[in-house]
Design a protein around this ligand. Structure first.
Ligand code: C2E
Ligand code: CA
Ligand code: CA
Length: 505
């Protein structure tokens, strides 16, 4: 691409990095031009990444459609633009093999001890990515404060299960016990994506994780090296955190985050309903509402992608509000055929952490006209534990108001039975992972049986999730599980499909 300087367009050659794809990034200054810049974007996009400088996100949708890959909102300093250009070309220049040296400290010693005893363990290497963009947006001192706050939050979240070491620069290492790796990775994923509040500003830090389990002959050094190699692979793949199996390739999460600003106002967020079935009678007695995004370019996107984009755009709460209102208004207007169904609605950890959420939520329910008594709210165990004190009060308030409460994804997190006793609950939703185990070895089955027995002894109803086969259902039924959800009956359905299914059963 040749350098051009006409009509606010310039291309800046990038320093060579390891990424083969990194070359020149076209910078289009669309400030004050809005969608009129689309044509410049389109021609530049044919040759590589395009960073667009904008003063509002109003026309971002049109610019993305024209091929914009990155945006810089209201840039005020030339430095910010240079940094954004570097990010657009492939993130921070990487050190080859990225094995940021760590001094042998407690993490090293802990690992060496485990390996010497032949005990299982795992190592995760985390790189905080796109710090250049964060610097550009928030300044260096706030970025540093955000990193410290994130690490502190992470240490608290994994305490007792993992050891954390800051490995210099943007790298963090975690060593963890084998039995808790899934749980630790889930916590990592969650903690790393949640925005950090510093000085009243919500800062979102991007990250990549590489993960290694021991191989024969590994010492601590070798394991750490392999975790870094995995991290390196994760960074090299393409710079996007979300992959869509689409012919056009990949939708970078940042582009989705920009799209979401528009999607919320254009009514692209929809809802589908998955039946909940009473095992004994085979009757559909309720539904769980699940969010979907009708993306104008990528087609229907699932809830995981939607919430990841929302997280990146700092729109989690706004999205949650909109979905709740939508679900309630739809259900309040259901036809007679669905008039007896219960409705289950997912809450996020961020929702329940909000002050006064119970009152806001109940107002919303009442305004919709949907009866409180037919409503269940679902919250994951992690969400409950994180805000334990607030949550216990909140759940009690909702319950006193007539709603029922379900603990979601049970069996994937701590699965602490103590919470079942301590929190005001009505349902336990057995996670699909546990449901899959029931058809496994007799030992696997013991765990599922134990959970069901205890839940029932505490007076809680058990709903199995992700039931796909008659064999699973038969075993669950034999263990005393009362309700299920899963493809065996139906996946998430549009309202008219749900009506047809209910009428036919
Ligand atoms: P979840 O609450 O555990 O929802 C169940 C997920 O499992 C849904 O994925 C559903 O489509 C999928 N599923 C249902 N039956 C089966 C089955 O038999 N086999 C398999 N393999 N999968 C099954 P979905 O819709 O992608 O949702 C993912 C997660 O996103 C949900 O997990 C929930 O935590 C969250 N979510 C979805 N919609 C909303 C929402 O409206 N608000 C909030 N706050 N969270 C939501
Ligand atoms: Ca759920
Ligand atoms: Ca679930």
């Amino acid at each position: 691409m040749s350098d051009t300087h006409s009509s606010g367009t310039a291309t800046i050659p990038l320093p060579p990095t390891e990424r083969g794809s990194a070359g020149r990034v076209a910078v289009i200054d669309a400030r004050g031009r809005g969608s009129r810049a689309a044509q410049s974007v389109e021609s530049a996009a044919q040759r590589g990444p395009v960073l667009v400088l904008v003063d509002t996100l109003e026309d971002a949708g049109a610019l993305v459609a024209a091929g914009a890959t990155h945006f810089l909102l209201d840039p005020c300093e030339p430095d910010a633009i240079a940094l954004a250009v570097r990010a657009a070309g492939g993130g921070l220049p990487q050190r080859h093999g990225a094995t940021a040296a760590i001094a042998p400290g407690p993490l090293h010693r802990w690992l060496a001890g485990r390996l010497a005893n032949g005990a299982n363990c795992a190592v995760a290497a985390v790189a905080l990515s796109r710090l250049d963009l964060v610097h550009a947006a928030h300044g260096r001192s706030r970025t540093d404060a955000a990193i410290s706050a994130l690490l502190e939050r992470l240490s608290i979240a994994v305490e007792g299960h993992a050891i954390i070491a800051r490995a210099g620069g943007e790298h963090v290492l975690l060593a963890m016990e084998d039995g808790s790796t899934d749980h630790m990775l889930a916590i990592l994923g969650e903690e790393l994506t949640r925005p950090v509040l510093t000085g009243g500003v919500r800062v979102v830090l991007g990250s990549r994780v590489g993960f290694a389990t021991p191989e024969p002959g590994d010492d601590a050094e070798a394991m750490i090296r392999r975790a870094y190699q995995a991290l390196h692979g994760a960074r090299e793949s393409d710079g996007a955190t979300i992959h869509l199996a689409e012919p056009e390739g990949v939708a970078p999460i940042d582009a989705l985050a920009v799209d979401l600003h528009l999607g919320l106002s254009r009514g692209e967020i929809g809802v589908v309903f998955q039946p909940q079935v009473e095992v004994a009678s085979g009757r559909i007695v309720g539904v769980e509402a699940l969010a979907r995004w009708e993306h104008p370019r990528w087609g229907p996107l699932g809830a995981a992608t939607l919430f990841a984009a929302a997280e990146r755009a700092d729109l989690g709460i706004a999205l949650s509000d909109q979905i709740q209102a939508l679900v309630l208004s739809r259900a309040a207007a259901w036809p007679r055929a669905l008039g007896a169904l219960r409705l289950s609605l997912n809450l996020t950890a961020a929702d329940v952490a909000r002050r006064g959420f119970a009152a806001t939520f109940l107002d919303r329910v009442d305004a919709s006209g949907f009866p409180r008594g037919r409503l269940t709210v679902e919250l994951t165990e992690t969400g409950m534990i994180r805000e334990m004190k607030t949550v216990a009060g909140l759940l009690a308030e909702l319950r006193a108001a007539g709603c029922r409460i379900a603990i979601d994804d049970f069996g994937t997190g701590y699965s602490s039975l103590a919470y079942l006793k301590a929190l005001p609950l009505d349902y336990v939703k057995l996670d699909k992972a546990l449901v899959d185990e029931i058809a496994g070895s007799p030992r696997d089955r013991v765990v599922v049986r134990g959970v069901i027995d205890i839940a029932r002894a505490l007076g809680l109803a058990v709903i199995a999730e992700g039931v796909e086969t008659p064999a699973q259902l038969a075993l669950l039924s034999a263990e005393g599980c009362g309700w299920y959800q899963g493809f065996l009956c139906a996946g998430p359905l549009r309202e008219e499909e749900l009506v047809a299914l209910v009428e036919q059963s």
